[in-house]
Design a protein around this ligand. Structure first.
Ligand SMILES: [Ca+2]
Ligand SMILES: [Ca+2]
Length: 352
């Protein structure tokens, strides 16, 4: 007797948990995981629901059971096309709080006065997950590099649109998943927070994912040591080798950097007066003119390059000193640059 009672209890519990009659699906033309003609699985076959008494409370239960967001519409008149087979439910009366459609009041499975032209449907809101967002190279990028963002989403609602956002502005869109967005040859202007999101239009409704995590880009720059050369009327070629300048002649000291760094500022240090002059770079170089050479122009010269961007200042290392000697009658010195002297006297200017 006890065995029979236990057996019956187990059967009852199993039936309750498996809920074979609770299964529903959304089908028909234009349907998606969260909108379509409502179909119920009963007695091993799928059938439809009649639109008599079909309203938002009923749709709310379907949307909940499907794991979608709140109901946006309850459709009738076979809005998603006519189904086939049985019409399982009619005069459905949900309070809206039921977990399963078959827990709602109805006339009894298969009892109806409907045709498939009255098949009921729902439009539920779609809950899109947060997209994944990454950037290459990560976070700290070099000035002039190419940066690539990748945004992807794990959803059955594919073929939507990805947006790359920079400080809330749309800057690029893509329809492929994962979406890749490129920023070529970046400058300091691109610094700031980026994120992406995903939008999908379903049954005329636009659904938007939450924002991805935000990624902040910082642009870094590594400055090369500037080149330094001297030219004079006697030797127009700008030379880092040996230049002779007679007292009273002019000479020009030219600092330059390669063109793949940002424009900036050159600082020229001169040991004779321990002074520092500066000039903005034009086409990545600056020329410092000395119109009338004097014996006090003898000494060491060196260049430093500075770039300011996004509120930060980057400074290059100092060029090796050039030694300039004066070819003056009084002290018999030659104003020249000498590589041996350059190599022997490495000094750094005092930057203030
Ligand atoms: Ca009816
Ligand atoms: Ca109803």
């Amino acid at each position: 007797m006890v065995v029979i009672v236990v057996f019956l209890l187990v059967c009852l519990l199993r039936k309750r948990h498996s809920r074979p009659d609770d299964q529903i699906r959304l089908a028909g033309s234009g349907s998606s995981g969260c909108s379509g003609r409502v179909e119920v699985y009963h007695k091993s076959s799928w059938g439809t629901v009649c639109d008599d008494e079909w309203d938002m409370s009923d749709a709310q239960v379907v949307c909940r059971q499907m794991g979608c967001g709140p109901a946006l519409g309850a459709t009738g008149g076979a809005g998603f096309g006519e189904g086939s087979g049985k019409i399982w439910l009619d005069d459905v009366k949900c309070s809206g709080n039921e977990s399963f459609l078959t827990q709602c009041g109805h006339r009894g499975f298969g009892t109806n006065n409907c045709g498939h032209g009255e098949d009921a449907g729902v439009i539920c809101s779609v809950i899109l997950p947060k997209p994944s967002f990454s950037v290459t190279p990560a976070f700290k990028v070099m000035w002039g590099q190419n940066v690539r963002f990748t945004c992807s989403i794990n959803t059955e609602h594919s073929e939507g649109t990805f947006f790359l956002k920079f400080s809330t502005q749309n800057i690029q869109t893509s329809n492929s998943n994962p979406a890749t967005f490129s920023l070529p040859l970046v400058t300091f202007d691109i610094e700031g927070p980026y994120y992406c999101l995903y939008e999908k239009v379903l049954s005329g409704q636009t659904f938007t994912s939450p924002q991805s995590d935000s990624l902040k880009l910082l642009v870094n720059v590594v400055l090369p040591v500037p080149s330094l050369c001297v030219s004079s009327p006697a030797d127009a070629k700008c030379s880092s080798d040996t230049v002779y300048v007679t007292r009273g002649d002019s000479f020009v000291v030219r600092c330059s950097v390669p063109s793949d760094v940002p424009e900036g500022l050159f600082l020229l240090w001169f040991s004779g007066s321990n002074s520092l002059v500066s000039d903005p770079s034009v086409n990545h170089s600056a020329s410092f003119s000395f119109p009338l050479s004097q014996s006090q122009h003898q000494g060491q010269y060196s260049c430093v390059y500075q770039v300011t961007g996004a509120g930060r200042t980057y400074t290059s290392n100092t060029t090796l000193d050039l030694i300039i000697k004066c070819e003056c009658d009084d002290d018999d010195e030659t104003m020249m640059m000498d590589d041996d002297d350059v190599m022997m006297t490495k000094r750094r200017p005092m930057l203030t």
